[in-house]
Design a protein around this ligand. Structure first.
Ligand code: SF4
Ligand code: SF3
Length: 550
């Protein structure tokens, strides 16, 4: 088969090995090539940035912002627009040149090829260059080295997403920002072998923990700590805007700009946990959540009489029936979709507001149904004593963290069945869009606690770690000794970063599915299995029996 591209960074990669004709996600070979070249440029930028950091110099905030946004733009389901990736490539040339000049000295033949590379000035040139730098372009690279380099690359994309969300709220951390240069430059250092790269992957996991903690501070510091909140999941009459993705600031800005305009705002996908934040839930026109996880959006948005704002991943190819009413912003891009830019530090949402009013919205209210969100670490740990008592008295026998991404594969019904089959004396913690597989099930309560505790977005994985660490302290044991099992579903690269964080924290016996990453070779996987007892999911019955010792 003719190979037009190569990408295997996400869980739905074609045939479980790699997208080679077009992305299963909808990514074209052209965008895939341009994204490969952008990552190559980030390695070159990393080389010069790291050289400056090693000399004790500081890098400009604008360079940090560029690096994280460029990496974020290559994360699955974020940006499908050649024009936008070309613009980032052009900008990268200036960023690299400025760093190169600061480093000074040496001729270009003494630096790695990615550092010496000059961005071509037309699309044809860019595509020619891209063909030489893709994941599989250098056949001489040892497969295990390639596998670890790609694992680190994908982890960096995940951290970039988290760092971006903190950044837009005014939060940053040198440990996080500076790590991008160290890691990107390590990816073009041929002296680094398996052990060094494994060590770097675990270091990335630790840096991601710092990053997630920073994002938690950014979100709770700006919008308050989430509190348990009932969220309407049915339609209300009237004009509306649906907000999807993970960016709370975009939601807040839109809520402000729609105040008093008679427009209902619904969350969608990963925006659902926004309802728990005091500074967001205070807006009465934030009325509810519409639809489910990202992979159902084409069906759910088909011809709807309202507007949609995509703030981050996961965007899918818009059908013609809603291309005129879907808007992207920030890093997100789809060719032909309306895009809201930031101008002078502000986003003007007037076009989407006008579109929502023009479309008129739903004609009538649906019968009301609600679900509960808002069990971040603060809300959950405020009941720590009661939870610990319930464990001691045998009312709670086990905790499961069933979380992560959702996706198209039918094998993901594993997670619904798993949760349905968990015994009534167990608690399910969840986060990420994978929760839509079971968050409308009535799982009942244990005493005052709902059995299903929604801890937030995938971006809130820090909450789950904080709760696990607090429980381990209360029971004077390690996290691995708790009656707690992690059953994770992965799809995109933020999940890679989180997995590396859990491994860096030496969390063992994680169950992962619905399939294993194609970018991990059998040797790399074996190391993770041997060191951390990482397990692929099997069947809900077999896994539950093994976990609960039945
Ligand atoms: Fe394929 Fe996933 Fe890459 Fe898209 S992001 S091209 S689906 S591997
Ligand atoms: Fe979902 Fe894209 Fe990962 Fe944030 S919205 S968990 S897949």
């Amino acid at each position: 088969m003719e190979q037009k591209m190569f990408c295997f960074q996400c869980e739905q990669t074609a045939g479980g090995t790699g997208c080679v004709k077009a992305g299963v996600c909808g990514k074209s070979p052209e965008v895939a090539a341009l994204q490969d070249l952008l990552i190559y440029q980030l390695k070159g930028i990393g080389y010069y940035g790291n050289a400056l950091l090693e000399k004790g110099e500081k890098l400009d905030d604008k360079v940090h912002a560029f690096v994280m946004d460029a990496a974020f733009a290559t994360l699955t389901n974020v940006n499908f627009s050649s024009d936008r990736i070309v613009a980032l490539l052009k900008e990268s040339a200036g960023v690299k040149q400025a760093l190169r000049e600061r480093v000074g000295g040496g001729c270009c033949c003494s630096v790695p090829a990615a550092a010496a590379y000059e961005v071509a000035d037309n699309l044809e040139g860019l595509l020619n260059d891209a063909a030489k730098v893709g994941v599989m372009a250098d056949a001489s690279v040892d497969p295990d080295i390639r596998s670890l380099r790609e694992t680190i690359t994908y982890g960096l994309k995940g951290i970039a997403a988290y760092a971006h969300h903190a950044w837009v709220l005014g939060y940053s951390d040198d440990t996080v920002s500076n790590f991008f240069y160290k890691a990107f430059s390590a990816l073009i250092d041929d002296k680094l072998g398996i052990n060094e790269l494994l060590g770097l992957a675990l270091e990335l996991g630790k840096v991601n923990l710092t990053c997630m903690e920073m994002l938690d501070k950014a979100n709770t510091g700006t919008y308050g700590s989430p509190v348990p909140t009932q969220v309407l999941v049915t339609k209300k009459k009237g004009p509306f805007i649906i907000v999807s993705g993970h960016d709370l600031k975009d939601l807040k800005d839109l809520l402000e700009q729609t105040e008093g305009k008679g427009i209902n705002i619904y969350t969608h996908g990963e925006m659902l946990p926004a309802h728990g934040y005091p500074e967001l839930k205070k807006y009465p026109h934030l009325v509810g959540n519409y639809g489910s996880a990202w992979q159902n959006q084409q069906k759910e948005f088909d011809g709807i009489p309202g507007a949609i704002l995509m703030t981050t991943n996961c965007i899918q190819k818009p059908r013609d029936s809603y291309l005129d009413r879907i808007f992207t912003t920030s890093i997100v891009g789809w060719p032909g979709a309306n895009h809201i830019e930031t101008k002078e530090g502000r986003k003007d949402f007037t076009p989407i507001i006008e579109k929502a009013l023009e479309l008129g919205g739903w004609d009538e209210d649906e019968e009301e149904k609600t679900i509960t969100v808002g069990f971040g670490h603060n809300a959950t740990l405020s009941h720590a004593e009661a939870i610990i008592d319930a464990v001691k008295q045998g009312q709670i026998k086990h905790f499961f963290l069933v979380g992560g991404c959702d996706g198209h594969k039918s094998a993901r019904s594993y997670y619904t069945e798993f949760v349905e089959k968990t015994p009534a004396d167990t608690i399910i913690l969840t986060l990420g869009c994978g929760k839509y597989r079971f968050n409308k099930l009535d799982l009942g309560n244990i005493g005052p606690f709902p059995r299903l505790l929604d801890m937030g977005q995938c971006n809130d994985a820090f909450s789950a770690i904080k709760v696990a660490v607090a429980l381990a302290e209360a029971f004077e044991c390690g996290v691995n000794d708790l009656p707690l099992t992690l059953v994770l579903s992965w799809y995109e690269q933020k999940a890679v970063a989180i997995l590396l964080t859990l491994l860096a924290l030496e969390v063992k016996n994680i169950h992962i599915g619905p399939s294993l990453p194609a970018f991990m070779t059998p040797n790399v996987l074996n190391v993770l299995v041997e060191k951390f007892n990482l397990k692929p999911v099997s069947t809900p019955e077999a896994d539950l029996a093994a976990i609960l010792g039945a």
